[in-house]
Design a protein around this ligand. Structure first.
Ligand SMILES: [Zn+2]
Ligand SMILES: [Zn+2]
Length: 320
């Protein structure tokens, strides 16, 4: 069964209407399409423009539950909610609805910064401030998991998306082609010494070599993953990162491997904001999960995660 659950429609910052998305999903061979529009429950009602306003939530849930079509893939009803400290009760109230199939928990805001969009601010942070921001990011992820309110942990290691951009020279190398760049730096043809990471994540590896702190190296990673495992949450392999300046999926292959070691289940999400992205890089994601050792992928229904063989998902993806 082919599923895609992390997608945004016009109810938040996506470009497609619900019907556009459903019929695009049908053309692309999806069995289940999930819509997970942004909901930010800010205590001061400071709602970012990319989120629906909280007062729109009842209409959103009604539109989705009435949006099912016999001639289109099964529609799953989701939300992508920001974890904001102090907002546990508001999030619990918003997600306490029997129509909801899954709740995606996200950390986009750390120490007052939107880590995936505040490029100017992030570019000015020195190594210590960056390290502090990363450490705080993972504390928030751990809190989010421990709240027990979410089914899926979204785009772990998101702060790598834009910040700490490599020098212009590195950008030419790494952004264009992480593998070839890592390869050139090795100065040789294929070598056993090349780490699996280097092939998969040229940018992150180059970043580490530059001595800049990396979000994946924070001491907060392991406690956050432990909290996710303890909460029984699923981690998504979010394929959007491959199209961003970091040129790496979220989370990195290294963190995904650490998830696998802990028995944390996975799903694959596109974070699509337009219909053509509903399955972006899913083939690459399946291969990566298989390499790491995953054999199952989760689908969601009524707040339950249901495993299916990854091989079945891959076969559905290959279906003509
Ligand atoms: Zn997000
Ligand atoms: Zn999203």
């Amino acid at each position: 069964m082919l599923t895609s659950y992390h997608n945004h429609s016009q109810w938040s910052d996506g470009r497609g209407s619900l019907l556009n998305m459903l019929y695009a999903a049908q053309r692309m061979g999806l069995d289940e399409l999930g819509i997970s529009d942004h909901l930010v429950l800010d205590p001061h009602d400071d709602i970012p423009r990319w989120s629906m306003h909280p007062t729109a939530l009842p209409d959103y849930l009604a539109a989705l539950s009435e949006g099912r079509r016999d001639d289109a893939p099964c529609l799953r009803i989701g939300l992508e909610l920001d974890w904001l400290p102090g907002q546990r009760d508001a999030i619990a109230a918003a997600t306490d609805d029997p129509r909801l199939d899954y709740a995606i928990g996200s950390v986009h805001q750390v120490l007052g910064l939107h880590v995936d969009s505040a490029l100017d601010h992030l570019g000015q942070l020195g190594p210590q401030a960056l390290q502090a921001m990363y450490d705080r990011y993972w504390v928030l992820v751990a809190e989010m998991a421990s709240s027990g309110l979410f089914d899926i942990a979204a785009h772990l290691d998101l702060p790598k998306k834009l910040h700490g951009r490599p020098s212009a020279a590195m950008q030419r190398d790494d952004r264009a082609d992480g593998y070839a760049a890592a390869h050139r730096r090795m100065g040789t043809t294929r070598q056993a010494a090349m780490q699996p990471d280097d092939r998969a994540d040229g940018y992150a590896a180059a970043h580490r070599r530059q001595q800049a702190p990396s979000v994946g190296d924070s001491a907060g990673v392991e406690p956050a993953l432990d909290a996710i495992a303890a909460a029984g949450m699923t981690v998504e392999l979010n394929t959007a990162g491959w199209d961003m300046p970091c040129r790496e999926c979220y989370p990195s292959p290294r963190i995904l491997a650490a998830c696998h070691e802990r028995g944390i289940p996975v799903t694959i999400g596109a974070d699509a904001h337009s219909t053509q992205d509903l399955l972006r890089h899913f083939d690459r994601a399946v291969k990566l999960l298989q390499q790491i050792g995953y054999r199952e992928i989760m689908r969601f229904e009524g707040r339950r995660a249901i495993p299916q063989p990854l091989a079945d998902f891959a076969a559905a993806l290959d279906r003509p």
